[in-house]
Design a protein around this ligand. Structure first.
Ligand code: PMP
Length: 306
């Protein structure tokens, strides 16, 4: 195995030497935007597949634009850097790729203007984030999801994740696997690193983009599977907290979390308290897509090894 390699300050460098100064603006104030991208290892095919790499790069560019961060690289160049870096690391297991565009100036003072911007990428081996087979128990968080009028929610801003981290820890300390965050209006927004959807009477329903969600890439895939493969109706609308409890099925979607069934919320069983059958079917399809076993979705994959 080669030593883990990262990309920092315009060059590939050993991860253990990839350091930034303690004075870095982004470290002090959370002034960066990032992505979480998965590479999925297929042992049978001896291949690593990155799922929807272009969509993630497109989203980080939008996040940067919203946050007045200037990307040093074009989308094409970023794709090249990431693909090169994944090849160099030579992992033969599931990985997580973390690019960050951030305010790199070593200076004290609050602002987004008149600062330098940098781009870095690192990779870590990454198994399951939540338990996709047994399903998860969720609790409604007392921390509300940040409002777009506070920090832009459709940008993946590093500093914003203090809010999500507080919610996740509260859930963990209360014995739950994951938190469900309500927006400032008290409607369902999302998990701390996942979008949420409910299934009710053959319709899959997920909050609208104005409910302060991150516009998730996995959710788009889940809705596509629901439409094309499961013949479900798709609805995007505001969801009330009490609707969750009486849904037929509840699921969470995210790059880290895949498609994960929610089996209880606030100690109320969803359905019979077992992973829902429709969610399980969606999940199977999703895994086959991201592992390169489904030819109809092969355009969404970047093959790493030749
Ligand atoms: N919401 C939040 C807050 C997230 O951090 C994530 C993970 N990026 C998601 C939703 C799911 O987004 P995606 O499916 O694009 O990973």
């Amino acid at each position: 195995m080669p030593k883990p390699t990262a990309f920092l300050n315009g060059e590939f460098t050993e991860l253990e030497n990839a350091k930034i100064s303690i004075v870095t603006h982004a470290f002090n104030y959370g002034t960066g935007v990032f992505e979480g991208i998965r590479g999925n290892w297929n042992k049978k095919k001896n291949q690593l597949y990155i799922y929807k790499l272009e969509e993630h790069i497109s989203r980080i560019m939008k996040s940067a634009k919203i946050m007045r961060l200037e990307s040093k690289y074009t989308e094409e160049k970023m794709l090249d850097i990431i693909i090169d870096l994944v090849k160099k690391n030579d992992y033969k297991e599931d990985i997580y790729i973390r690019p960050i565009i951030y305010k790199s100036s070593e200076v004290v003072g609050l602002r987004m203007h008149d600062l330098d911007d940098e781009f870095l990428v690192y990779i870590v081996p990454f198994g399951d984030y939540l338990d996709p087979s047994k399903g998860i128990n969720c609790g409604t968080s007392s921390f509300r999801r940040i409002d777009d009028s506070m920090i832009p929610v459709r940008a993946k801003v590093t500093g914003l994740y203090v809010n999500n981290s507080m919610a996740k820890t509260e859930a963990y300390l209360n014995g739950y696997d994951e938190a469900i965050m309500l927006n400032m209006d008290g409607h369902v927004s999302e998990g701390t690193g996942e979008n949420i959807a409910i299934i009710k009477d053959q319709t899959i329903i997920s909050p609208t983009v104005s409910d302060n969600i991150l516009e998730g890439i996995t959710l788009e895939t889940a809705l596509d599977i629901a439409d094309k493969n499961l013949n479900l109706n798709i609805e995007r609308r505001t969801i009330d907290r009490s609707e969750l409890y009486i849904a037929d099925e509840v699921l969470m979607t995210g790059t880290a979390a895949h498609i994960t069934p929610v089996v209880s919320i606030d100690k109320i069983n969803i359905g019979n308290g077992q992973p829902g059958t429709i969610t399980k079917t969606m999940q199977e399809k999703y895994f086959s897509i991201i592992k390169g076993e489904d030819d109809s979705y092969s355009n969404d994959l970047t093959k790493i090894y030749s």
